[in-house]
Design a protein around this ligand. Structure first.
Ligand code: HEC
Length: 143
């Protein structure tokens, strides 16, 4: 009887509370890039991309929304899709999208390219950024 009750409580708790991500405990409070890259998960990033999908499609050829389509963006030049109207602020940054530049952009778009038009404050959590970048990388392979 008690056992059944406990199982019931455990099942309820499992449904209502979001499971804590076990990777966080292993990473500690200030994880470095190498540690983050090691645990970054493109499938989890795909779910976290929901916050970006309002403004970005990511399937090849899906067209632009408020922001540019992001298929193949990793390794491509910053502001490099000629069919999208970027701001001069983003175009003047130069370089390509690497893990480091994407991490900086997603941390604070306005610090990375002051005056750009991505109306998004940035992703504060390093593991969230790492998962998102892993997803962008997965969507950039073989192009
Ligand atoms: C409210 C709309 C909006 C949201 C939400 C948004 N973006 Fe953007 N994004 C934009 C716009 C607009 C630009 C173009 C900025 C410019 O030209 O100044 C952009 C540009 C970018 C670029 C540069 C692409 C290139 O071709 O160089 C990347 C990468 C990017 N966004 C990733 C993301 C990610 C990842 C998220 C989610 C964490 C996100 N964005 C959320 C609107 C948005």
């Amino acid at each position: 009887m008690v056992a059944i009750l406990l199982i019931g409580i455990a099942a309820l708790a499992g449904c209502s509370a979001p499971k804590p991500d076990p990777r966080r405990e292993r990473l500690g409070p200030n994880p470095g890039e190498a540690a983050l890259r090691q645990v970054a998960d493109a499938r989890i990033g795909a779910q976290k991309f929901g916050r970006c999908a309002q403004c970005h499609s990511i399937e090849p050829g899906a067209g632009h929304r408020a922001g540019p389509n992001l298929a193949g963006v990793m390794g491509a030049p910053v502001a490099g899709d000629g069919s999208y109207g970027y701001t001069a602020a983003l175009r003047s940054v130069g370089g390509t999208w690497t893990w480091q530049s994407m991490n900086a952009w997603l941390t604070s778009p306005q610090r990375f390219a002051p005056g750009n038009k991505m109306a998004y404050p940035g992703v504060t959590d390093p593991l969230d950024r790492a998962d998102l970048i892993a997803y962008l990388e997965a969507k950039s392979r073989g192009r």
